[in-house]
Design a binder for this molecule. Structure first.
Ligand code: ADP
Ligand code: MG
Length: 397
C-alpha cells in the first residue's frame, strides 16, 4: 500500500485522533455480540499507546441520526475495549467541544480516550467543515483505521483528514492489501459466492465480478430474484421485484462473460420463516405457491462444494439462507466449514456473512475477515473509497 502508515509517523507525546470502526453488533440487552471489529481495532490502538501517543478514539455506533440515543452510547464498547487492552479507556459524553478538551488536559502519554458516538453530532455524516475543525482542534495527528466507513465521506473520515497530518492505521492497511491482492492478482480458480438479500446493492458488484472471477455462486434471497427473472414462480419467497429486470439482464450478459454463474439446484422451502414450520427440499421451480425458499438445499451445497474444492481463492459476501433461524442455517454453515478447510485464500466480507462465519466457529480459519460490509463491496466493485483517497501517499526518495 502506498499510503502513509501510522508507523511512518513519530507519535510520541502527540495527540492522535484515531478513527476506529467500533460499530459492533449489539443484542437486545445491549451486549456486544461481534468480536471481529473489536479485535481488528486493537493493533493500532495498542501501537499508538505503546509509542507514547495520547490516543483519542472516534467511532460511530448504529444510526442515531445526528442526536443522542441512550442505547447507542459507547460506554459498553469502551468498557469491553479496556478489558481487552488491560488498560483504562476514558470516555467523554460529548463528541467534541469543552468536555473532550478538558478531558485531554488530564491525559498523559500512552493514555486512551474515547469520544462519544460521533453520529450523535448532526455534522458527522454531512461532513460539516465546522465539526471537522473541532475534531482537528483535539489532536496533532489523524489516523484512519476504520475500513468499514471508508466508502463514506464524513467529517471524521474525510473532513478532518484534510486538516491534520494523516495516516492509515494497521487494520486499514491490512484490509487494503488483502482486498487488492485478491482482485489484482488472485490465484485461480477464483470463486465468488454471493448471497443475502440486497441484489439492489450488489448489482454492480455482480457485473464486475463476472469479468474477473472464474465461478460466481449465487444463493440466499438473491437467488430467488434470478429464478423469478427466468419466469419461475417463487411462491412467497423473498424476491426483489424491482430488480428482476436487472437480474434478467445479468443472465443474458453472462452468456458472453468469462465467469460461470451458478444458481441453486434445490432449496429448503418452508410454510413459514420459523423454527419447526412445515419444510421440504424442492427443485427451484417447485416452491409451493404459499411457501418460501429459505435455504439452499443439500444438492446445491454438494454442487457448491465440488466447485469450491478446485478454488485457490474464495471471496464470499452474503449468507446462503436465513441463517438466523437454525432450520435454515445449514447451507451457510456447511459452506462456511467447507471453505474454512480449503487450502486457498479465503476472504469474507459483509455484515451478516461475517456473523454467520463466526457462528459456524470457523472465523480463525479464514485468511481474512473484512471489517467492512459496504466498503468491501465497493472496493470489490473497483470504486474509489473517499476516506482512503484523502490519505496522503508515501513520498519515495
Ligand atoms: P451481508 O450483510 O453479508 O452483506 P445481506 O445484508 O445482503 O448480507 O443479507 C443478509 C440477510 O439475508 C440475512 O438476514 C438473511 O436472513 C437473509 N437471507 C438469506 N437468504 C434468504 C432467503 N432465502 N430468504 C430470505 N432472507 C434471506
Ligand atoms: Mg447485511
Amino acid at each position: 500500500m502506498n499510503k502513509v502508515n501510522v508507523k511512518d509517523l513519530d507519535v510520541k507525546g502527540k495527540r492522535v485522533l484515531l478513527r476506529v470502526d467500533l460499530n459492533v453488533t449489539l443484542n437486545k440487552h445491549g451486549e456486544i455480540i461481534e468480536e471481529n471489529k473489536m479485535r481488528s481495532s486493537l493493533p493500532t490502538i495498542k501501537y499508538l499507546s505503546e509509542q507514547g501517543a495520547i490516543v483519542i478514539m472516534a467511532s460511530h455506533l448504529g444510526r442515531p441520526q445526528g442526536q443522542p440515543v441512550e442505547e447507542l452510547r459507547l460506554d459498553p464498547v469502551a468498557k469491553e475495549l479496556a478489558e481487552m487492552l488491560g488498560k483504562p479507556v476514558y470516555k467523554t459524553d460529548k463528541v467534541v467541544g469543552e468536555e473532550p478538551l478538558k478531558a485531554l488536559e488530564m491525559l498523559k502519554s500512552g493514555d486512551i480516550l474515547m469520544l462519544e458516538n460521533i453520529r450523535f453530532h448532526p455534522g458527522e455524516t454531512t461532513n460539516d467543515p465546522e465539526l471537522a475543525r473541532q475534531y482537528a482542534q483535539l489532536a496533532d495527528i489523524y489516523v484512519n483505521d476504520a475500513f468499514g466507513t471508508s466508502h463514506r465521506a464524513h467529517a471524521s473520515t474525510v473532513g478532518v483528514a484534510e486538516l491534520l497530518p494523516a495516516a492509515a492505521g494497521l487494520n486499514m492497511e491490512r484490509e487494503i492489501i488483502m482486498m487488492s491482492k485478491i482482485l489484482e492478482s488472485p490465484e485461480r480458480p477464483l470463486v465468488a459466492i454471493l448471497g443475502g438479500t440486497k441484489v439492489a446493492d450488489k448489482i454492480e458488484l455482480i457485473n464486475h465480478l463476472l469479468d474477473v472471477v472464474d465461478f460466481l455462486l449465487i444463493g440466499g434471497g438473491m437467488a430467488n430474484t434470478f429464478f423469478r427473472a427466468q419466469g419461475v414462480d417463487m411462491g412467497k419467497s423473498f424476491v426483489e421485484e424491482d430488480k428482476v429486470q436487472a437480474a434478467e439482464e445479468i443472465l443474458a450478459r453472462t452468456k458472453n462473460k468469462k465467469a460461470n454463474l451458478v444458481l441453486p439446484v434445490d432449496f429448503i422451502a418452508a410454510s413459514e420463516a420459523s423454527e419447526n414450520s412445515d419444510q421440504k427440499v424442492v427443485a427451484p421451480d417447485s416452491v409451493p405457491s404459499d411457501w418460501m425458499a429459505l435455504d439452499i438445499g443439500p444438492e446445491t451445497v454438494q454442487k457448491f462444494k465440488e466447485i469450491l474444492k478446485t478454488a485457490r481463492t474464495v471471496i464470499w459476501n452474503g449468507p446462503l439462507g436465513m441463517f438466523e433461524i437454525e432450520d435454515f442455517a445449514q447451507g451457510t454453515m456447511e459452506t462456511a466449514r467447507f471453505i474454512a478447510d480449503l487450502e486457498a485464500v479465503k476472504v469474507i466480507g459483509g455484515g451478516d456473512v461475517v456473523a454467520a462465519v463466526e457462528k459456524a466457529g470457523v472465523a480463525e480459519k479464514m485468511t481474512h475477515i473484512s471489517t467492512g460490509g459496504g466498503a468491501a463491496l465497493e472496493f470489490w466493485e473497483g470504486k474509489e473509497l473517499p476516506a482512503l483517497s484523502v490519505l496522503p501517499e508515501k513520498v519515495t526518495v
